[in-house]
Ligand binder design. Structure first.
Ligand code: ZN
Length: 272
């Protein structure tokens, strides 16, 4: 019987809730981990957010999401690096040990160029993150997002990036929504563990039929992803960290969020 000790929920999952309500409700549901989306911090004192979360007995698992490094325009690349450096400072102040990176892609240039720019930017910011005690996790995105969101579409490409970078504080965040289709999923999860790069694990499910490729994720067990099977691969690769529930769903956001959170906890216990 699984317990809730490794369960984490992303603030975006319960988007209609304010941070105060989310923290209170997660704590009440026995959820020990919270992944903070950066929009939640806007206009707030980060140290106050840190206290709010700590006082509820929750642990910050990650700050989501940095990256968007690739751009044909050099000034835009510079702005992206500066923004990520600010985010590293925010993570340190918040007490977030990990930043999740959506690496970016610019359709105005070849993917190989976007990939080179991503690695260059990570090389530039990683030492600053290391000094701040913050790890960086490259999240490979489903290839349907390769046009504008990430030139790193597979676990293999994320693992390869980590090997090429050779930096202790740069690894991979695996999200079942992005990796479930990949015939190499088991081999590459194993390899991710072997190279010491498995930094994060995100769960949700792929609704069938999917009506929207961004905002129609669903609760684990309600779609076609073998979430429990991927969980076993991640466990076998040596991952012992939090299991983060990250669901974007306009349908679920329109429902009673307390009942939805109960369904998430139940699904975590039974389907992950
Ligand atoms: Zn994710």
């Amino acid at each position: 019987m699984e317990d809730l000790s490794r369960l984490c929920v992303h603030t975006i999952t319960t988007k209609p809730w304010s941070l105060e309500i989310a923290v209170e409700q997660y704590a009440r549901a026995g959820i020990p981990g919270i992944a903070v989306w950066r929009d939640v911090l806007e206009g707030r004192s980060i140290s106050a957010v840190r206290s709010l979360i700590a006082n509820a007995g929750l642990q910050v698992v990650s700050l989501v999401r940095g990256g968007f490094f690739a751009a044909a325009d050099a000034a835009a690349r510079k702005r992206a690096v500066e923004d990520n450096l600010r985010m590293i400072a925010e993570a340190a102040e918040l007490g977030a040990p990990l930043i999740v990176l959506v690496c970016g892609a610019d359709p105005a240039q070849p993917l190989a160029e976007s990939r080179k720019q991503i690695l260059d930017a990570i090389r530039e910011i990683a030492p600053v993150a290391a000094d701040a005690g913050v790890k960086l996790a490259i999240e490979p995105l489903h290839p349907m997002y390769t046009d504008t969101k990430s030139a790193i579409p597979t676990i293999k490409s994320a693992n390869d990036a980590c090997v090429e970078l050779g930096l202790d504080n740069v690894g991979v965040a695996l999200d079942v929504y992005h990796i479930w289709w990949d015939p190499e999923v088991e081999n590459e999860i194993r390899r991710c563990g072997e190279i010491g790069a498995l930094f994060g694990f995100h769960v949700c499910d792929w609704r069938v039929p999917t009506r929207d490729f961004l905002l129609d994720r669903t609760i684990m067990g309600e779609g076609c992803i073998d979430v429990a099977g991927i969980r076993r691969m991640v466990d076998a690769a040596g991952y012992t960290g939090f299991i983060e529930v990250e669901i974007f769903s306009s349908e679920l956001w329109a429902t009673d969020q307390s009942k939805y959170l109960q369904r998430i906890v139940q699904a975590y216990l039974e389907k992950v």
